[in-house]
Design a protein around this ligand. Structure first.
Ligand code: GCB
Length: 602
């Protein structure tokens, strides 16, 4: 395969699923071997292992070759065996002090043996690599992937050998103006192989992907599709839900594709009863099991309806920041802690900001009964007029939907966060909305927008993007960036849209353990006061159907420099990064408890 340069790859980001021809659904439900653990690594700030001295890309002859001197005279200026190690999964920033602020390339190498029986196929699967990964096996380029938060895989059937394979990934997290996200984010640019790496073994023709959900608007009609990959593409496939006594038999076409539809009597999934069914997708040559919940989600005028009934989203936003240790979250324990705190808050909803989180999060949300807002890092001022930026954003959107489309917990796909008004932005985002709807007609589409003051006391939510959305998201910081906390008492909210509003962010900062009078900024008392006045205001918004304050836990951000208070942490957490709850946590908890018991504010 011809090597393409870093910039060139950004242009072709539109189809970066590697050689597998698309994502492998439900990797955890396959035959896998973990490649997690210690990898040899070379820090390469000047991309010396990638470009030659004329700046021509040449990874197969660079560090990707894993060259060993053939004689004592041969010059080889790198050596994985004498280089430091990094743990995978894990961002590099938290693993060595000198990498805390590092942005650049790191080469990862891991050896493995694998006996692949004839007629079987092997893939290497990456849960995520931030931001740009170039992957080689045994010195041969497999491909590249752009986008820091979605999975990708490459087929290695023809290249793998029984002994002495070396898998190399160059991961590069240099921020780019044209990237998604762009150079400016209020979170840490954690680099590296931040999620699981696995070998996935499949039969020659296998069930690559499937979508199994309730048909939009129906509570007993299952609808979806299956897709095979291999040479025996026309097969009989059944999708079975044994507990519901339902089985749908189909025959795949010459592309390996078949639609699935049929009736089933199902107990619907909800936060109160997060019922999951075992679903078995069985082809003649392969079989995959999954746990899937069934529910409907729609809007009617200003209401969000879950299984036909109006619901108020008692939410909390969170970053994929690891509790207690900081760094990028990835483990089951991380997910349990973060979502456990949401439960403790009496939440029924989480906004997973500002990019797709580890798949464990949405799978656990399925089991714990938490509704999910999932989003892509179209954040602030990306290049809305740049077609390559659009292709990149769309690719990340499709990869997110591909991974999480069978999760009942996920009810909202969010297109963007706090993006500045303008024509290019509107055409970019409305196109993205349209693409998301085509890909997944069953879920609601939203975006975190911003309101403006129509007069001194009227916040107006009339962003023109609103006409394309099902649910309006709004970030506002009345009482923090916008006036003193009491300002909220005077504000009323208006919108021309007959659509539900979720206040997708509000809040203020506090250093946990810092106490003082409630006029002193960054004290727990001040933060609580922001929340108290916010809650008073929120209760008066007639079209409000959910809230998700910013943010569950303090998280690292290079933008937050104030010594002694921030120390490179955004302090708007209700909980510190060491897991200590601040006073505002209990203010919010009390509000949600009352909403849970007495119904939403009206
Ligand atoms: C926002 C952003 C979020 C920031 C937050 C803040 O509006 O959406 O990413 O971290 O404000 O703390 O300023």
């Amino acid at each position: 395969m011809r090597m393409v340069g870093v910039m060139a790859v950004l242009m072709v980001a539109g189809g970066a699923w590697g050689q597998s021809g698309g994502p492998i659904q439900n990797v955890a439900g396959r035959k896998t071997v973990s490649l997690n653990g210690s990898w040899q690594t070379i820090v390469d700030p000047f991309l010396t292992g990638y470009y030659d001295y004329r700046w021509q890309p040449d990874a197969e002859h660079g560090f990707g070759a894993n060259r060993k001197p053939q004689s004592k005279s041969e010059l080889v200026e790198y050596d994985y065996d004498r280089s430091a190690h990094l743990q995978v999964p894990g961002d590099w920033n938290m693993q060595r002090p000198e990498l805390l602020f590092y942005e650049g390339a790191i080469w990862y190498k891991r050896d493995f043996d694998y006996k692949l029986e004839p007629g079987r196929r092997l893939f290497v699967h990456f849960g995520a690599a931030n931001y740009h990964a170039t992957v080689l096996l045994n010195g041969k380029l497999l491909g590249e992937h752009v986008g820091g938060f979605t999975p990708f895989s490459f087929e290695i059937t023809a290249l793998v050998r029984e002994k002495g394979n070396f898998l190399i990934a160059m991961v590069e997290n240099q921020r780019r103006m044209e990237g998604v996200p762009t150079v400016n984010t209020d979170w840490w640019n954690y680099g590296g192989l931040t999620r699981d790496v696995q070998l996935v073994e499949e039969p020659e023709t296998f069930v690559q992907d499937y979508s199994i959900q309730l048909e939009k608007g129906s509570r007993n009609r299952v609808s979806g599709w299956v897709r095979l990959n291999g040479t025996r593409l026309g097969q009989k496939v059944t999708v079975e839900i044994p507990e519901a006594g339902a089985a749908f038999a189909v025959t795949t076409d010459e592309r390996g594709y078949a639609k699935v539809a049929g009736e089933a009597q199902l107990t619907l999934w909800s936060p109160e009863n997060p019922k999951l069914y075992e679903v078995v997708v069985e082809a003649e040559t392969d079989r995959v099991r999954d746990s899937i919940g069934f529910r409907t989600i729609e809007t009617s005028g200003g209401n969000i309806l879950l299984n036909g009934k109006p619901i108020f989203l008692r939410g909390i936003t969170m970053h994929a920041e690891a509790p207690y240790r900081t760094g990028r979250a990835w483990s089951e324990d991380d997910a349990r802690t973060l979502l456990g705190w949401a439960k403790e808050l009496h939440a029924n909803f989480v906004r997973l900001a500002h990019y797709p989180h580890d798949e464990r999060m949405v799978r656990l949300a399925d089991r714990m009964g938490l509704l999910v807002w999932a989003e892509i890092p179209v954040y602030w001022t990306i290049q809305f007029g740049n077609p390559q930026t659009y292709a990149n954003a769309e690719n990340q959107l499709l990869e997110m939907i591909a991974r999480d489309k069978n999760r009942a917990s996920v009810i909202l796909w969010s297109m963007a966060n706090e993006t500045p008004l303008g024509e290019a932005r509107l055409s970019f985002l409305s196109r993205l909305v349209e693409r998301a709807r085509r890909e997944d007609p069953t879920r609601l589409i939203t975006a975190a927008l911003q309101a403006h003051y129509a007069d001194e006391t009227t916040e107006m939510m009339d962003d023109p993007l609103g006409q394309f959305l099902d649910v309006l998201g709004c970030n506002e910081y009345v009482g923090w960036y916008d006036g003193p906390p009491e300002k909220a008492d005077r504000i009323q909210w208006k919108t021309p849209y007959d659509k539900p509003l979720v206040m997708s962010e509000f809040g203020g900062g506090a250093l946990q353990g810092y106490h003082g009078d409630e006029l002193t900024i960054f004290t727990e008392e001040f933060q609580s006061r922001v929340y108290q006045h916010q809650i008073g205001m929120l209760k008066r918004i007639p079209f409000l159907r959910g809230t998700s304050p910013w943010v569950l836990m303090d998280f690292r951000s290079p933008k937050r420099t104030l010594p002694g208070i921030q120390d490179y942490f955004n302090r708007k957490g209700l909980i510190s990064e060491r897991g200590q709850k601040k006073a505002a946590f209990f203010v919010m908890q009390q509000f949600y408890e009352s909403v849970e018991k007495e119904g939403p504010p009206r």
